[in-house]
Design a protein. Sequence first.
Length: 135
Amino acid sequence: MIAVDSSVLIDILNNSARAEVSEAALRRALEKGPVVMCDVVVSEVCSALMQPDEVQQTLEELGIQYLPTKQTAAARAGEMQKRYRDRKGKYPRVLPDFLVGAHAMMQCEALITHDGEFVRDYFKGLKVIVPSELQ
C-alpha cells in the first residue's frame, strides 16, 4: 500500500505544471497495489480545490482510497514535530506535514510526495517516491 501526499493530488486535479510527472508516479503506484490518502490529505485537497464532493468522486475514480490515521501514527507525528522544533528546523513546518509522513511510515510502505528531503529526514526507513526523480 502506498500513500499519496496532497501536493501530488492537487497537481493532478489542477492540471499544474507538475501534473504530468505526478500522474505518472500515481499510475506506477496503482499498478503495484492500493494507493491511499489520510485524513489530512483529504482536508488539504478539499481546502485547495473547494469542491469536496467533486474531489472525492474524482479521487475514487482515480482509484485512491481513504485510510484514516491510527492513533499510533498521530502520536509519532507529534514526536517528529517535537524533534523538528528541538532541531530548530530551517523551514516552518506544521503538524499536517508530520501527520502525512507518520501515516505513510506506520501504515503504508511508501509515500508519493514532492517533499522528499523533509520526509527522508524525519521518517527514515520510509520509501519516498518523488515524481520528478522518476523521469
